[in-house]
Ligand binder design. Sequence first.
Ligand SMILES: Cc1cc2nc3c(=O)[nH]c(=O)nc-3n(C[C@H](O)[C@H](O)[C@H](O)COP(=O)(O)OP(=O)(O)OC[C@H]3O[C@@H](n4cnc5c(N)ncnc54)[C@H](O)[C@@H]3O)c2cc1C
Length: 373
Amino acid sequence: MEEFDYLIIGAGCSGLSLVYEMNKCKLLENKTCAIIDFKEKFSRDKIWSFWKVFSHSFDDCILGEWKKLQIISKDNKVILDCNSTPYQSIDSGKYYEKILKDIKKNPNIFLYLDEKVIDCVEENGSVNTVCKNKTFKSKVVFNSLSQNLIRKEPILYQHFLGCELQFENEIIEETPILMDFNCSQSENVHFFYCLPIKKKCLFVETTWISKDKEFSEDRYKLEIENYIKENFGLNTNYTLLNKEIGSIPLFHFKPKIKNKNIIPIGSAANLTRLSTGYTFLNIQKSSTHLVTKLLNKKKLDNWKISKKYIFFDKIFLKVLIERKGNMAPIFLRLFKKNNSKIIIRFLSNVSSWLDDLRIILSMPKWIFLKNIF
Ligand SMILES: Cc1cc2nc3c(=O)[nH]c(=O)nc-3n(C[C@H](O)[C@H](O)[C@H](O)COP(=O)(O)OP(=O)(O)OC[C@H]3O[C@@H](n4cnc5c(N)ncnc54)[C@H](O)[C@@H]3O)c2cc1C
């Protein structure tokens, strides 16, 4: 059995962000830390986007940054001005590379790939993490897996396929499209998301919010092909550079058994905004929070999304479940009736009560009131 001071389960966004901050704050000069993941290698698997409402450590991993976004429906278009809080996209490939390069310099940090975690058991104040090939013992475990947690809300996923496409000719559109509802709305909430990465390179994502965790890849692919034909012309030539496929659970978790030495991190620590799926900046907040606790030798608890957002988001999701394919007018109304800065603060969990009130007053009253009760 190998023994470490700290163990991090999952070398994904939250696991790597935490070890990076721990290393940066010199917490691992005299202490050891192991990170375990079941993947065999790192690949560029995601693009993490958000409004930069506070500074973070990963400006050098940016794929793009924009000052304006569009929200489109069949008969409407709204521009969201993000001048003071740009919309940033992080390239996961660069993020992994930066952190791996950084932690490689510290001999107290150990990375184990191709190790599937099977169980974590507390024993006499330490934790045994049982993996496929070996068992790790540590005083504290930071766990980004949600497999042994209980769901708190009804099942709902934001699921998607995003394709980075290299076009033969320059694309005219320079402003990203946050939501394009000009597509089938019959079954569930459905929109396209487009990021113009370079003059000839576009990231296009087909997104659904539904009880399904995923659709078939062929179905998503066909949707993207049709979207390109409809918006860029039948004879547009392009090649696929990269793709990201996945789903974000729009529900929170609670542990089966509370264990003070096993600290959830990432999505498993309920860091996802239920109404939007945004998690990346909350993960950064949570990492610095945990590092401060460790530095001050304080009890390890988690940074939490404020309860007011959880309350608002739950009502919003109830409305969404009720309205299914008829949500586009509500999204458009939100973006049309409010000042851009207020919307961004609200969606990024940094709004004031006055901002919240303005958002609430801009929404259709009856359907939201009905769903509170
Ligand atoms: C495709 C995609 C795009 C997203 N885009 C955005 C975005 O634009 N903006 C935003 O804010 N949020 C986004 N999110 C949501 C969120 O930011 C990400 O899911 C983020 O990666 C969550 O970090 P995490 O550490 O919780 O999980 P992950 O990054 O998924 O890390 C978990 C790690 O655990 C490993 N693992 C799983 N099971 C085991 C096991 N049994 N044993 C060992 N290792 C295991 C996995 O290989 C993985 O590396 C996106 C999510 C997805 C899926």
